[in-house]
Write a protein that binds this ligand. Sequence first.
Ligand code: DQQ
Length: 537
Amino acid sequence: NTMLSWQRTAYHFQPEKNWMNDPNGPMYYKGWYHFFYQYNPNGPVWGDIVWGHAASKDLIHWLHLPLAMVADQWYDLNGVWTGSATLLPDGRVIMLYTGSTNESVQVQNLAYPANLSDPLLVNWEKYSGNPVLRPPPGVDLKDFRDPTTAWYTSDGKWNIAIGSKVNKTGITLIYHTEDFKSYELLDGVLHAVPGTGMWECVDFYPVSKISGKGLDTSANGPEVKHVLKTSLDNDKNDYYAIGTYDEKAGRWVPDNPKIGIELRYDYGIFYASKSFYDLHKGRRVLWGWIKESDSEIADVKKGWASVQSIPRTVLLDTKTGTNLLQWPVEEVDSLRLTSREFERVEVKAGSVVPLDIDAATQLDIFAEFELDREALEMTAQTNVEFSCSTSGGAAERGALGPFGLLVLADDSLSEQTPVYFFIVKGTDGNLKTFFCADQTRSSEATDVNKQIYGSSVPVLKDEKLSVRILVDHSIVEIFAQGGRTCITSRVYPTKAIYGAARLFLFNNATGASVTSSLKIWQMNSAFIRPFQPGQDA
Ligand code: DQQ
């Protein structure tokens, strides 16, 4: 349907058609990045789930490969669901995934490449002894899914984690194995949080306390923290916490037990994410599923649904120690074409300033903001109850915000997606900074979600406010303050498309002017196309 084709993205991963959801089994193997994903080959809605497969040299340009696994065994007849890859030291590749059986019981299955000398890993074999794991006693037959990448343990064996729930308590089970065929369920749970419901797509990995490098999933020691991430089926968001893992005790304890697992990878749309250690570049890379926020009818009309996030590097923020930093992988920069720079543009209180760039649908924007210092100091206490989602959005004026950019806007501003900072000042004079994205005017279409997303963002002394924004037709991925707070917006402009899309600075604060410096790149499209057999990859 060409009517809706402008919504297709130019450099985010998506299949040519139909439905996609969770990222599965990402890994680097013999010079190729492999990406698998939950896929419905028969239509643009969830169902008939199999594993799609694509490979890339740089995480940006992709070759679509044949389906890796289809639902052809009793133990995955109702779906080849989410799973993870483990690269063994001897060169073997282990793929563990959840099968929904002919009776819709959730079991774990083992698969491996049919030919390890094929760098494209086109053919996959399922282990003849599947399933390797069935739901343990006390767990509902439909609450046992999404095995993680395995990590090496001090006794020379492996652990994997699997999400579940007992009553309303979300839990992570740990299984111990030597050969990935038989497993022992360890006593207790890695972690549990009452009231959170089913834990889908658990991810568990180390981050370094000192270096800016990513760590192999098996790394541990005094210089390491462990991140536990869960995807909450209840509200379809990914939550994480940073903590300490005691392998011998089989427990992980969050650094800040008061907040539990409450930080979000992304305050917009980002779910069922999965990370992997990229041994090629020594980094940890995170993928997330960006679902649609329009209606199913619209998805059927356009013939496809969902995109994947731009792969992001994940690191511990060693400056704050309390959050992760996510940033688009450096390969994204290879798509940059021409750029425009704007030095210290003044944006007066209550004004909008157009930015003169060629086109505005495929952009990489880096922007810094400074609020007028005097105004900042003179301002008395402001509304300290502020929250992005319950606020009036970019139209609501406060003393010290909102100010930022209007992306995917048309000339008349009848459509616009504001992304902005909002500063509040407490009675004690302390400042708190929020970062939000406002969907309320993003589209004139009526069948789309128009929430306001966002959260607070840590800003340290003497730091400028900064934001990086990737715009790609119908998706806006935002990384505030070096990636401390991220927001992905899925938007459906009807007028602000192709050559009609514009970019503006805005400042809706009542009492302070803002100075902004920006560098804006036009972004090339990525090649994301079918692999032709015989083609020299
Ligand atoms: N999607 C898969 C499940 C997983 C859910 C099924 C999360 O394995 O729990 O498509 O989106």
